[in-house]
Ligand binder design. Structure first.
Ligand code: ATP
Ligand code: MG
Length: 492
Protein backbone atom coordinates (compact mmCIF):
# COMPACT_ATOMS: atom_id res chain seq x y z
CA UNK A 1 0.00 0.00 0.00
CA UNK A 2 2.83 2.38 0.80
CA UNK A 3 3.92 3.96 -2.43
CA UNK A 4 7.54 3.93 -3.49
CA UNK A 5 9.01 7.37 -3.12
CA UNK A 6 11.23 9.75 -4.71
CA UNK A 7 14.48 8.02 -5.38
CA UNK A 8 17.29 8.59 -2.92
CA UNK A 9 19.49 10.21 -5.54
CA UNK A 10 16.93 12.98 -6.19
CA UNK A 11 16.40 14.08 -2.64
CA UNK A 12 17.57 17.61 -1.79
CA UNK A 13 20.65 17.86 0.36
CA UNK A 14 19.96 19.33 3.78
CA UNK A 15 22.69 20.24 6.18
CA UNK A 16 21.96 19.28 9.75
CA UNK A 17 22.38 22.13 12.21
CA UNK A 18 21.24 21.38 15.70
CA UNK A 19 21.30 23.41 18.86
CA UNK A 20 22.60 21.91 22.09
CA UNK A 21 20.01 19.77 23.79
CA UNK A 22 20.80 20.80 27.30
CA UNK A 23 19.39 24.09 28.56
CA UNK A 24 20.66 25.16 31.96
CA UNK A 25 18.85 27.92 33.87
CA UNK A 26 19.99 30.07 36.80
CA UNK A 27 18.04 28.24 39.48
CA UNK A 28 19.66 24.94 38.55
CA UNK A 29 16.73 23.93 36.34
CA UNK A 30 18.14 21.78 33.52
CA UNK A 31 16.03 20.77 30.55
CA UNK A 32 17.42 17.71 28.80
CA UNK A 33 15.55 18.30 25.63
CA UNK A 34 14.85 15.90 22.81
CA UNK A 35 15.60 16.82 19.18
CA UNK A 36 12.84 18.28 17.02
CA UNK A 37 12.57 18.01 13.25
CA UNK A 38 12.59 21.81 12.93
CA UNK A 39 16.05 21.88 14.55
CA UNK A 40 17.53 20.64 11.32
CA UNK A 41 14.68 21.20 8.87
CA UNK A 42 13.75 24.78 9.86
CA UNK A 43 11.35 25.37 6.98
CA UNK A 44 8.93 22.64 7.93
CA UNK A 45 5.34 23.81 7.92
CA UNK A 46 3.13 23.10 10.93
CA UNK A 47 -0.53 22.17 11.00
CA UNK A 48 -3.28 22.36 13.63
CA UNK A 49 -3.53 19.15 15.62
CA UNK A 50 -6.50 17.10 14.34
CA UNK A 51 -7.23 16.12 17.94
CA UNK A 52 -8.87 19.53 18.26
CA UNK A 53 -11.76 18.15 16.28
CA UNK A 54 -11.79 14.76 17.96
CA UNK A 55 -14.90 13.81 19.90
CA UNK A 56 -12.89 11.98 22.50
CA UNK A 57 -10.80 15.01 23.31
CA UNK A 58 -13.67 17.54 23.08
CA UNK A 59 -14.39 17.07 26.78
CA UNK A 60 -10.79 17.33 27.93
CA UNK A 61 -10.20 20.58 29.80
CA UNK A 62 -6.75 21.12 28.41
CA UNK A 63 -6.26 19.02 25.30
CA UNK A 64 -2.71 20.06 24.58
CA UNK A 65 0.40 19.94 26.65
CA UNK A 66 1.98 23.34 27.13
CA UNK A 67 5.35 23.63 25.39
CA UNK A 68 6.72 24.88 28.71
CA UNK A 69 5.78 21.76 30.68
CA UNK A 70 8.70 19.77 32.01
CA UNK A 71 8.90 16.69 34.19
CA UNK A 72 11.36 16.75 37.10
CA UNK A 73 13.73 13.85 37.60
CA UNK A 74 14.20 14.66 41.28
CA UNK A 75 11.03 15.34 43.19
CA UNK A 76 12.46 15.24 46.68
CA UNK A 77 14.49 18.42 47.02
CA UNK A 78 15.97 20.35 49.89
CA UNK A 79 15.50 24.08 50.32
CA UNK A 80 17.90 25.98 48.03
CA UNK A 81 19.11 22.85 46.25
CA UNK A 82 19.24 23.12 42.43
CA UNK A 83 16.07 21.99 40.68
CA UNK A 84 18.03 19.51 38.60
CA UNK A 85 17.31 17.61 35.41
CA UNK A 86 13.94 17.84 33.68
CA UNK A 87 12.51 16.23 30.57
CA UNK A 88 9.91 17.50 28.14
CA UNK A 89 6.44 16.38 29.18
CA UNK A 90 4.85 13.93 26.76
CA UNK A 91 1.42 14.45 25.24
CA UNK A 92 -0.40 16.03 22.30
CA UNK A 93 0.85 19.38 21.01
CA UNK A 94 -1.26 22.15 19.50
CA UNK A 95 0.70 22.03 16.24
CA UNK A 96 1.74 18.92 14.38
CA UNK A 97 4.43 18.54 11.74
CA UNK A 98 2.82 15.86 9.63
CA UNK A 99 -0.42 16.03 7.69
CA UNK A 100 -2.37 12.90 8.57
CA UNK A 101 -2.63 11.71 4.98
CA UNK A 102 1.10 12.19 4.48
CA UNK A 103 2.15 9.99 7.38
CA UNK A 104 3.75 6.66 6.53
CA UNK A 105 4.56 5.02 9.81
CA UNK A 106 6.37 1.79 10.52
CA UNK A 107 6.77 -0.31 13.65
CA UNK A 108 9.58 -2.76 14.40
CA UNK A 109 10.20 -5.02 17.41
CA UNK A 110 13.70 -6.31 18.30
CA UNK A 111 15.44 -8.30 21.07
CA UNK A 112 13.90 -10.76 23.52
CA UNK A 113 10.23 -11.22 24.26
CA UNK A 114 8.40 -9.41 27.01
CA UNK A 115 4.69 -9.31 27.93
CA UNK A 116 2.98 -6.30 26.38
CA UNK A 117 4.80 -5.90 23.04
CA UNK A 118 1.61 -6.68 21.12
CA UNK A 119 -0.33 -4.17 23.20
CA UNK A 120 2.19 -1.44 22.35
CA UNK A 121 1.93 -2.35 18.64
CA UNK A 122 -1.88 -2.32 18.86
CA UNK A 123 -2.03 1.05 20.59
CA UNK A 124 0.44 2.72 18.21
CA UNK A 125 -1.72 1.56 15.30
CA UNK A 126 -5.03 2.52 16.94
CA UNK A 127 -3.60 5.78 18.31
CA UNK A 128 -2.31 6.85 14.90
CA UNK A 129 -5.51 5.82 13.22
CA UNK A 130 -8.18 7.00 15.68
CA UNK A 131 -6.51 10.13 17.04
CA UNK A 132 -4.69 11.36 13.93
CA UNK A 133 -6.48 9.71 11.01
CA UNK A 134 -3.31 7.99 9.79
CA UNK A 135 -3.94 4.92 7.67
CA UNK A 136 -0.56 3.99 6.27
CA UNK A 137 1.14 1.90 8.92
CA UNK A 138 3.61 -0.82 8.13
CA UNK A 139 4.86 -3.59 10.37
CA UNK A 140 8.51 -4.48 9.73
CA UNK A 141 8.78 -8.21 10.34
CA UNK A 142 11.60 -10.01 12.15
CA UNK A 143 13.44 -7.11 13.82
CA UNK A 144 15.96 -4.71 12.27
CA UNK A 145 16.90 -7.05 9.44
CA UNK A 146 13.24 -6.97 8.31
CA UNK A 147 13.87 -3.45 6.95
CA UNK A 148 16.11 -4.75 4.21
CA UNK A 149 14.91 -8.32 3.89
CA UNK A 150 11.62 -6.75 2.81
CA UNK A 151 9.26 -8.63 5.08
CA UNK A 152 6.39 -6.35 5.92
CA UNK A 153 2.82 -6.47 7.16
CA UNK A 154 0.18 -3.82 6.57
CA UNK A 155 -1.27 -2.80 9.90
CA UNK A 156 -4.72 -1.38 10.63
CA UNK A 157 -6.95 -1.27 13.73
CA UNK A 158 -8.73 -4.31 12.35
CA UNK A 159 -5.54 -6.34 11.94
CA UNK A 160 -4.35 -5.55 15.48
CA UNK A 161 -7.72 -5.70 17.20
CA UNK A 162 -7.11 -8.83 19.26
CA UNK A 163 -3.34 -9.02 19.45
CA UNK A 164 -3.04 -7.69 23.02
CA UNK A 165 -4.52 -10.98 24.19
CA UNK A 166 -1.53 -12.87 22.80
CA UNK A 167 2.03 -13.08 24.11
CA UNK A 168 5.07 -12.53 21.87
CA UNK A 169 5.08 -10.07 18.99
CA UNK A 170 2.99 -10.41 15.84
CA UNK A 171 5.83 -8.69 13.98
CA UNK A 172 8.33 -11.31 15.15
CA UNK A 173 11.72 -10.29 16.47
CA UNK A 174 15.41 -11.07 16.04
CA UNK A 175 18.88 -10.36 17.33
CA UNK A 176 21.75 -8.99 15.27
CA UNK A 177 21.33 -7.64 11.76
CA UNK A 178 21.47 -3.94 12.56
CA UNK A 179 22.91 -2.22 9.47
CA UNK A 180 22.21 1.49 9.87
CA UNK A 181 22.77 2.45 6.24
CA UNK A 182 20.70 -0.36 4.83
CA UNK A 183 17.91 0.39 7.29
CA UNK A 184 17.82 4.12 6.55
CA UNK A 185 18.09 3.49 2.78
CA UNK A 186 15.02 1.35 3.17
CA UNK A 187 13.18 3.93 5.25
CA UNK A 188 13.84 6.41 2.45
CA UNK A 189 12.90 4.00 -0.30
CA UNK A 190 9.60 3.19 1.33
CA UNK A 191 8.83 6.83 2.06
CA UNK A 192 8.49 6.17 5.76
CA UNK A 193 8.40 9.32 7.91
CA UNK A 194 7.64 7.92 11.36
CA UNK A 195 9.62 4.99 12.79
CA UNK A 196 8.49 3.36 16.04
CA UNK A 197 11.13 1.08 17.51
CA UNK A 198 10.21 -1.28 20.36
CA UNK A 199 13.11 -3.03 22.05
CA UNK A 200 15.68 -3.24 24.84
CA UNK A 201 19.01 -1.53 25.42
CA UNK A 202 20.60 -2.90 22.24
CA UNK A 203 17.58 -1.92 20.17
CA UNK A 204 17.59 1.61 21.59
CA UNK A 205 21.30 1.96 20.72
CA UNK A 206 20.33 0.90 17.21
CA UNK A 207 17.49 3.46 17.23
CA UNK A 208 19.95 6.21 18.23
CA UNK A 209 22.12 5.30 15.20
CA UNK A 210 19.10 5.36 12.89
CA UNK A 211 18.12 8.78 14.24
CA UNK A 212 21.68 10.09 13.69
CA UNK A 213 21.75 8.80 10.11
CA UNK A 214 18.30 10.24 9.38
CA UNK A 215 19.47 13.57 10.76
CA UNK A 216 22.68 13.41 8.72
CA UNK A 217 20.67 12.85 5.57
CA UNK A 218 18.27 15.64 6.54
CA UNK A 219 15.16 13.52 6.27
CA UNK A 220 11.79 14.50 7.64
CA UNK A 221 11.56 11.29 9.64
CA UNK A 222 10.61 11.07 13.31
CA UNK A 223 12.36 8.25 15.18
CA UNK A 224 10.64 7.17 18.41
CA UNK A 225 11.86 4.46 20.77
CA UNK A 226 9.64 2.53 23.16
CA UNK A 227 11.89 0.86 25.74
CA UNK A 228 11.28 -2.82 26.36
CA UNK A 229 12.96 -4.78 29.10
CA UNK A 230 11.30 -7.29 31.33
CA UNK A 231 14.11 -6.75 33.86
CA UNK A 232 13.07 -3.14 34.59
CA UNK A 233 16.69 -2.06 34.20
CA UNK A 234 16.13 0.93 31.89
CA UNK A 235 17.64 4.09 33.36
CA UNK A 236 15.58 7.25 34.04
CA UNK A 237 12.08 5.79 33.61
CA UNK A 238 10.05 4.57 36.58
CA UNK A 239 9.25 1.13 35.22
CA UNK A 240 9.33 -0.80 31.98
CA UNK A 241 6.27 -2.47 30.49
CA UNK A 242 5.81 -6.18 31.18
CA UNK A 243 7.52 -5.89 34.56
CA UNK A 244 4.29 -6.06 36.60
CA UNK A 245 3.09 -9.03 34.58
CA UNK A 246 6.45 -10.77 35.08
CA UNK A 247 6.36 -10.23 38.84
CA UNK A 248 2.83 -11.61 38.98
CA UNK A 249 3.67 -14.68 36.89
CA UNK A 250 6.90 -15.28 38.82
CA UNK A 251 4.80 -15.76 41.92
CA UNK A 252 3.08 -18.70 40.33
CA UNK A 253 6.47 -20.39 39.95
CA UNK A 254 7.42 -19.47 43.52
CA UNK A 255 4.10 -20.86 44.72
CA UNK A 256 4.70 -24.11 42.83
CA UNK A 257 8.15 -24.41 44.41
CA UNK A 258 6.67 -23.73 47.83
CA UNK A 259 3.96 -26.36 47.42
CA UNK A 260 6.56 -28.91 46.30
CA UNK A 261 9.02 -28.34 49.15
CA UNK A 262 6.32 -28.08 51.80
CA UNK A 263 5.12 -31.54 50.88
CA UNK A 264 8.43 -33.34 51.39
CA UNK A 265 11.07 -33.63 54.07
CA UNK A 266 13.91 -31.11 53.95
CA UNK A 267 12.62 -29.63 50.72
CA UNK A 268 14.74 -26.92 49.12
CA UNK A 269 13.17 -25.11 46.16
CA UNK A 270 15.14 -22.92 43.77
CA UNK A 271 13.37 -20.61 41.34
CA UNK A 272 15.50 -18.86 38.74
CA UNK A 273 14.06 -15.57 37.54
CA UNK A 274 15.09 -13.06 34.87
CA UNK A 275 17.57 -10.32 35.77
CA UNK A 276 20.92 -10.23 34.03
CA UNK A 277 22.32 -7.14 35.67
CA UNK A 278 19.55 -6.14 38.02
CA UNK A 279 17.47 -8.07 40.51
CA UNK A 280 14.23 -6.09 40.32
CA UNK A 281 12.00 -9.01 39.28
CA UNK A 282 13.48 -11.25 41.97
CA UNK A 283 13.24 -8.54 44.61
CA UNK A 284 9.62 -7.61 43.80
CA UNK A 285 8.48 -11.21 43.35
CA UNK A 286 10.05 -12.08 46.71
CA UNK A 287 8.39 -9.17 48.47
CA UNK A 288 5.06 -9.94 46.83
CA UNK A 289 5.09 -13.67 47.53
CA UNK A 290 6.23 -13.99 51.19
CA UNK A 291 7.02 -17.65 50.52
CA UNK A 292 10.65 -16.89 49.70
CA UNK A 293 13.29 -17.40 52.37
CA UNK A 294 16.25 -16.09 50.42
CA UNK A 295 16.61 -13.86 47.36
CA UNK A 296 19.92 -13.72 45.47
CA UNK A 297 20.49 -10.92 42.97
CA UNK A 298 23.47 -9.78 40.86
CA UNK A 299 23.92 -6.59 42.88
CA UNK A 300 24.36 -8.41 46.16
CA UNK A 301 27.33 -10.80 46.13
CA UNK A 302 26.85 -13.88 48.31
CA UNK A 303 28.93 -16.81 49.50
CA UNK A 304 28.14 -20.38 50.39
CA UNK A 305 30.36 -21.63 53.19
CA UNK A 306 31.29 -20.38 56.64
CA UNK A 307 29.51 -18.17 59.15
CA UNK A 308 26.85 -15.95 57.60
CA UNK A 309 26.94 -18.00 54.38
CA UNK A 310 24.10 -19.55 52.39
CA UNK A 311 24.67 -23.16 53.57
CA UNK A 312 24.44 -22.12 57.22
CA UNK A 313 21.19 -20.26 56.51
CA UNK A 314 19.67 -23.20 54.63
CA UNK A 315 20.54 -25.56 57.49
CA UNK A 316 18.88 -23.27 60.00
CA UNK A 317 15.76 -22.89 57.89
CA UNK A 318 15.46 -26.64 57.38
CA UNK A 319 15.84 -27.26 61.12
CA UNK A 320 13.23 -24.64 61.96
CA UNK A 321 10.71 -25.02 59.13
CA UNK A 322 11.54 -28.28 57.35
CA UNK A 323 11.68 -26.56 53.97
CA UNK A 324 12.81 -23.39 52.19
CA UNK A 325 12.52 -21.51 48.89
CA UNK A 326 15.37 -19.59 47.24
CA UNK A 327 14.84 -17.13 44.40
CA UNK A 328 17.91 -16.48 42.28
CA UNK A 329 18.20 -13.92 39.51
CA UNK A 330 19.94 -15.27 36.40
CA UNK A 331 22.82 -12.80 36.66
CA UNK A 332 23.62 -13.58 40.32
CA UNK A 333 26.77 -15.40 41.39
CA UNK A 334 28.26 -15.62 37.91
CA UNK A 335 31.77 -15.64 39.39
CA UNK A 336 31.05 -18.99 41.09
CA UNK A 337 29.74 -20.67 37.96
CA UNK A 338 32.60 -19.27 35.90
CA UNK A 339 35.11 -20.89 38.27
CA UNK A 340 33.63 -24.34 37.94
CA UNK A 341 33.12 -24.36 34.20
CA UNK A 342 35.59 -24.50 31.35
CA UNK A 343 36.07 -21.09 29.77
CA UNK A 344 33.28 -20.62 27.27
CA UNK A 345 32.86 -17.51 25.24
CA UNK A 346 29.56 -17.94 23.46
CA UNK A 347 27.74 -14.92 22.09
CA UNK A 348 24.30 -14.37 20.62
CA UNK A 349 23.67 -12.76 17.23
CA UNK A 350 23.63 -9.28 18.80
CA UNK A 351 27.07 -9.84 20.33
CA UNK A 352 25.82 -10.34 23.90
CA UNK A 353 27.84 -12.93 25.82
CA UNK A 354 25.79 -15.82 27.19
CA UNK A 355 25.18 -16.20 30.91
CA UNK A 356 26.04 -19.38 32.77
CA UNK A 357 23.19 -21.18 34.54
CA UNK A 358 23.37 -20.16 38.20
CA UNK A 359 20.19 -22.12 38.99
CA UNK A 360 21.60 -25.49 37.98
CA UNK A 361 24.95 -24.72 39.57
CA UNK A 362 23.37 -23.71 42.89
CA UNK A 363 21.10 -26.76 42.93
CA UNK A 364 24.10 -29.05 42.50
CA UNK A 365 26.21 -27.25 45.09
CA UNK A 366 23.46 -27.38 47.74
CA UNK A 367 22.75 -31.03 46.99
CA UNK A 368 26.47 -31.95 47.24
CA UNK A 369 27.00 -30.02 50.44
CA UNK A 370 24.05 -31.47 52.33
CA UNK A 371 24.28 -35.06 51.14
CA UNK A 372 28.07 -35.46 51.07
CA UNK A 373 29.33 -33.05 53.74
CA UNK A 374 26.40 -32.75 56.16
CA UNK A 375 25.18 -36.32 55.49
CA UNK A 376 21.64 -35.00 55.40
CA UNK A 377 18.88 -36.10 53.02
CA UNK A 378 17.41 -33.14 51.20
CA UNK A 379 14.84 -32.83 48.40
CA UNK A 380 15.88 -30.32 45.76
CA UNK A 381 13.33 -28.83 43.33
CA UNK A 382 14.61 -26.51 40.62
CA UNK A 383 12.16 -24.42 38.61
CA UNK A 384 13.17 -22.20 35.68
CA UNK A 385 10.00 -20.39 34.52
CA UNK A 386 11.85 -17.80 32.37
CA UNK A 387 10.34 -18.63 28.98
CA UNK A 388 6.89 -19.20 30.45
CA UNK A 389 6.96 -15.74 32.01
CA UNK A 390 8.21 -13.98 28.88
CA UNK A 391 5.62 -15.60 26.68
CA UNK A 392 2.41 -14.59 28.46
CA UNK A 393 0.24 -11.64 27.43
CA UNK A 394 0.43 -8.53 29.61
CA UNK A 395 -1.92 -8.10 32.57
CA UNK A 396 -4.45 -5.30 33.02
CA UNK A 397 -2.16 -2.73 34.56
CA UNK A 398 0.57 -3.37 31.95
CA UNK A 399 -2.01 -3.08 29.17
CA UNK A 400 -2.99 0.38 30.40
CA UNK A 401 0.66 1.31 30.79
CA UNK A 402 1.47 0.10 27.24
CA UNK A 403 -1.38 2.27 25.94
CA UNK A 404 0.07 5.36 27.60
CA UNK A 405 3.54 4.62 26.23
CA UNK A 406 2.22 4.06 22.71
CA UNK A 407 0.07 7.21 22.76
CA UNK A 408 2.96 9.31 24.10
CA UNK A 409 5.14 8.03 21.26
CA UNK A 410 2.45 8.81 18.68
CA UNK A 411 1.84 12.36 20.04
CA UNK A 412 5.60 12.97 20.11
CA UNK A 413 6.25 11.81 16.54
CA UNK A 414 3.21 13.74 15.21
CA UNK A 415 4.48 16.85 17.01
CA UNK A 416 7.83 16.51 15.20
CA UNK A 417 9.98 15.26 18.05
CA UNK A 418 12.59 12.72 17.04
CA UNK A 419 15.47 10.73 18.56
CA UNK A 420 13.42 10.26 21.72
CA UNK A 421 12.32 7.48 24.04
CA UNK A 422 9.08 7.59 26.00
CA UNK A 423 8.49 6.64 29.59
CA UNK A 424 7.20 7.85 32.93
CA UNK A 425 9.52 9.86 35.16
CA UNK A 426 8.00 10.18 38.62
CA UNK A 427 4.65 9.03 37.18
CA UNK A 428 4.53 11.70 34.44
CA UNK A 429 5.20 10.57 30.90
CA UNK A 430 8.13 12.35 29.29
CA UNK A 431 10.24 12.48 26.12
CA UNK A 432 13.79 11.45 26.96
CA UNK A 433 16.80 11.67 24.61
CA UNK A 434 17.57 8.09 23.55
CA UNK A 435 21.18 8.29 24.75
CA UNK A 436 20.00 8.97 28.32
CA UNK A 437 18.39 5.54 28.56
CA UNK A 438 21.22 3.58 26.94
CA UNK A 439 24.25 5.06 28.68
CA UNK A 440 23.55 3.42 32.05
CA UNK A 441 21.45 0.62 33.47
CA UNK A 442 19.20 0.82 36.49
CA UNK A 443 20.16 -1.60 39.27
CA UNK A 444 18.85 -2.41 42.74
CA UNK A 445 20.54 -0.14 45.26
CA UNK A 446 21.51 -2.21 48.27
CA UNK A 447 21.54 0.94 50.36
CA UNK A 448 17.93 1.80 49.46
CA UNK A 449 14.99 1.02 51.71
CA UNK A 450 13.48 -1.52 49.30
CA UNK A 451 16.37 -3.96 49.74
CA UNK A 452 16.23 -3.41 53.51
CA UNK A 453 12.50 -4.26 53.37
CA UNK A 454 13.33 -7.46 51.54
CA UNK A 455 15.99 -8.43 54.10
CA UNK A 456 13.51 -7.72 56.88
CA UNK A 457 10.84 -9.78 55.14
CA UNK A 458 12.96 -12.86 54.37
CA UNK A 459 15.29 -12.64 57.34
CA UNK A 460 18.06 -13.89 55.04
CA UNK A 461 21.73 -13.13 55.65
CA UNK A 462 22.83 -9.79 54.23
CA UNK A 463 26.15 -11.37 53.13
CA UNK A 464 27.84 -8.24 54.34
CA UNK A 465 31.13 -10.09 54.90
CA UNK A 466 31.00 -10.80 51.24
CA UNK A 467 32.98 -7.76 50.21
CA UNK A 468 35.84 -9.15 52.29
CA UNK A 469 35.46 -12.60 50.73
CA UNK A 470 35.34 -11.11 47.27
CA UNK A 471 38.33 -8.94 47.98
CA UNK A 472 40.31 -12.10 48.69
CA UNK A 473 38.88 -13.73 45.58
CA UNK A 474 39.92 -10.77 43.50
CA UNK A 475 43.38 -10.87 45.02
CA UNK A 476 43.53 -14.52 44.06
CA UNK A 477 42.78 -13.49 40.50
CA UNK A 478 39.09 -14.43 40.42
CA UNK A 479 36.61 -12.15 38.75
CA UNK A 480 33.81 -10.58 40.75
CA UNK A 481 30.11 -10.85 39.80
CA UNK A 482 30.25 -7.25 38.62
CA UNK A 483 33.13 -7.90 36.24
CA UNK A 484 31.65 -11.15 34.95
CA UNK A 485 28.21 -9.61 34.45
CA UNK A 486 29.67 -6.76 32.49
CA UNK A 487 31.04 -9.34 30.09
CA UNK A 488 28.14 -11.72 29.93
CA UNK A 489 24.45 -11.80 29.26
CA UNK A 490 21.84 -14.43 28.41
CA UNK A 491 20.68 -15.87 25.16
CA UNK A 492 17.12 -14.66 25.73
P1 ATP B 1 16.80 -7.48 25.33
O1 ATP B 1 18.24 -7.48 25.78
O2 ATP B 1 15.90 -6.90 26.35
O3 ATP B 1 16.35 -8.81 24.86
P2 ATP B 1 17.84 -5.85 23.26
O4 ATP B 1 17.23 -4.80 22.41
O5 ATP B 1 18.97 -5.39 24.14
O6 ATP B 1 16.68 -6.53 24.07
P3 ATP B 1 19.65 -7.25 21.48
O7 ATP B 1 19.54 -8.59 20.87
O8 ATP B 1 20.87 -6.93 22.25
O9 ATP B 1 18.33 -7.07 22.36
O10 ATP B 1 19.51 -6.13 20.33
C1 ATP B 1 18.38 -6.05 19.50
C2 ATP B 1 18.74 -5.46 18.18
O11 ATP B 1 19.49 -4.26 18.35
C3 ATP B 1 19.57 -6.38 17.30
O12 ATP B 1 19.02 -6.39 16.02
C4 ATP B 1 20.97 -5.78 17.33
O13 ATP B 1 21.63 -5.93 16.09
C5 ATP B 1 20.71 -4.32 17.61
N1 ATP B 1 21.78 -3.77 18.45
C6 ATP B 1 22.22 -4.25 19.63
N2 ATP B 1 23.23 -3.50 20.12
C7 ATP B 1 23.44 -2.53 19.21
C8 ATP B 1 24.37 -1.43 19.12
N3 ATP B 1 25.27 -1.18 20.08
N4 ATP B 1 24.29 -0.64 18.02
C9 ATP B 1 23.39 -0.88 17.05
N5 ATP B 1 22.50 -1.88 17.08
C10 ATP B 1 22.52 -2.70 18.14
MG1 MG C 1 19.78 -6.19 25.87
Amino acid sequence: KIKPLVSRQNRPAVVAVRASNQNVHNDGFVLEDVPHLTNFLPDLPSYPNPLKKSQAYAVVKQTFVSPEDAVAQNIVLQKDSPRGVHFRRAGPREKVYFKSDEVRACIVTCGGLCPGINTVIREIVCGLSYMYGVDEILGIEGGYRGFYSKNTLTLSPKVVNDIHKRGGTILRTSRGGHDTNKIVDNIEDRGINQVYIIGGDGTQKGAALIYKEVEKRGLQVAVAGIPKTIDNDIAVIDKSFGFDTAVEEAQRAINAAHVEVESVENGVGIVKLMGRYSGFISMYATLASRDVDCCLIPESPFYLEGPGGLFEFIERQLKENGHMVIVVAEGAGQEFVAQSMPAVDEKDASGNRLLLDIGLWLTQKIKDHFTKVQKMMINMKYIDPTYMIRAIPSNGSDNIYCTLLAHSAVHGAMAGFTGFTVGPVNSRHAYIPIARVTETQKTVKLTDRMWARLLASTNQPSFLNCSEVLHHQEKAGRKTTEVINSERTTST
